[in-house]
Design a protein around this ligand. Structure first.
Ligand SMILES: [Zn+2]
Length: 372
């Protein structure tokens, strides 16, 4: 492993310049041209290493590269190429200060894709082959729910030996074994309009009914279990002298386990509206929780062993935010956080990667691919 680390350390500037190339092509979710350009760049790098397929669709291509290994067993590498930043949001698209490189989506998570390419390049340069066949999947829509990518992600994960997600590690460098499931409810509340001054008794106030709903929803939280419900968007009514006949509420749900999601969903749908009003509930769990399996802990042990050989430690982290690993943990052993170290994801002008850790983190990934 030391030779791999030395090789990557010698190429840190090349890795960094590849990350810069991807970051300079801005690719917010739903901006097809930007996402396709990013995929073009990665495809050109993968060149003759394996086969590359592009699945075209309306929001930007899904790129699937396959690199033959010593066995036909498959390891999946997952990364998303969309970012949360609209074009032109950042003052400077790319800048380096001390040992940090700043750019939209650098940390979350273009660096992860570049590290995957460099892990494969290094293995090839040192005359070796991955132990398993590698499926690298670069997706266009993780930041907006992965609706387009999900079938590709799940299709590849089924029957795979492992799924390694190239999202950033925990802030101390730990790998992510568990992520909360994410739900998103949209609730329309219907009431009845009436003149607020003349005959308010004929109205049924949708906003009052929404307030009742919110207080019931908050009761469904179980903070000890990590179950949270956030009624974070509300709109309603027309003008102040008309009894409000409508309101819309959006609620974010986070849970650690599938049964908790079922409990909350059933209870939420059973909440009784105030008399004369009605609730119409849509949405639900859009990312199941990423729950660790025995296979996850085996992957973690392997990663710890490799990291120790490289001179650092990685532990296990559990985090609230979701990733595409949430879709795979039930289908194959999944371990997340193989991307670049850094911080401040989703924060304009602040998100950065930590340059000195590019080589060791990439070496860790290369080790995961090399060792059986
Ligand atoms: Zn991400």
């Amino acid at each position: 492993m030391k030779d791999i680390l030395e090789y990557l350390k010698d190429h840190t500037n090349d890795i960094l310049s590849d990350i810069e190339k991807l970051v300079r092509v801005e690719s917010p979710s739903n901006y097809k041209d930007g996402i396709n350009q990013v995929q073009d760049v990665v495809q050109s790098w993968l060149g003759s290493m394996g086969t590359v397929k592009r699945h075209t669709n309306e929001i930007g291509d899904v790129l699937h590269a396959q690199i033959q290994g010593q066995s036909s067993e498959r390891v999946i590498l997952l990364a998303h190429m969309d970012t949360v930043y609209p074009i032109g949001t950042w003052e400077e698209i790319w800048s380096i200060k001390d040992d940090r490189a700043y750019g939209p989506g650098a940390y979350d998570m273009k660096a992860g894709a570049v590290q995957a390419v460099w892990a494969l390049r290094t293995i090839q340069a040192l005359g070796q082959k991955p132990a398993c066949t590698v499926d690298l999947l670069l997706t266009p829509d993780e930041e907006v729910g992965s609706a387009v990518s999900r079938p590709f992600i799940e299709g590849l994960a089924r029957g795979a030996k492992a799924v390694l997600v190239l999202e950033p590690p925990f802030m101390n460098g730990d790998l992510k074994v568990a992520r909360k499931g994410v739900g998103d409810y949209k609730i329309r509340v219907y009431g009845k309009a009436a003149h607020q001054g003349v005959e308010p008794e004929k109205g049924r106030n949708a906003i009052v009914s929404a307030a009742h709903l919110i207080s019931e929803i908050i009761q469904l939280q179980d903070l000890e279990k990590g179950t949270t419900l956030g009624p974070n968007v509300i709109r309603g009514g027309t003008v102040s002298n008309v009894v409000a006949d409508n309101a819309t509420l959006e609620v974010d749900l986070r849970i650690w386990s599938a049964p908790e999601a079922e409990r909350v969903d059933a209870a939420l749908r059973a909440i009784q509206p105030l008399e004369g009003t009605r609730y119409e509930i849509s949405g639900g769990l859009n990312r199941p929780p990423m729950e660790p399996s025995d296979g996850t802990y085996q992957l973690l042990e392997k990663a710890q062993h490799i990291a120790n050989g490289l001179g650092f430690n990685v532990g296990a982290a559990r985090v609230g935010g979701g990733s595409d690993g949430n879709f795979t943990s039930k289908l194959a052993p999944t371990l997340d956080g193989f991307g670049a170290a850094g911080a401040d994801a989703h924060q304009k002008d602040l998100e950065y990667i930590h340059i000195p850790s590019l080589a060791p983190r990439t070496a860790l990934l290369a080790g995961m691919l090399l060792e059986k």
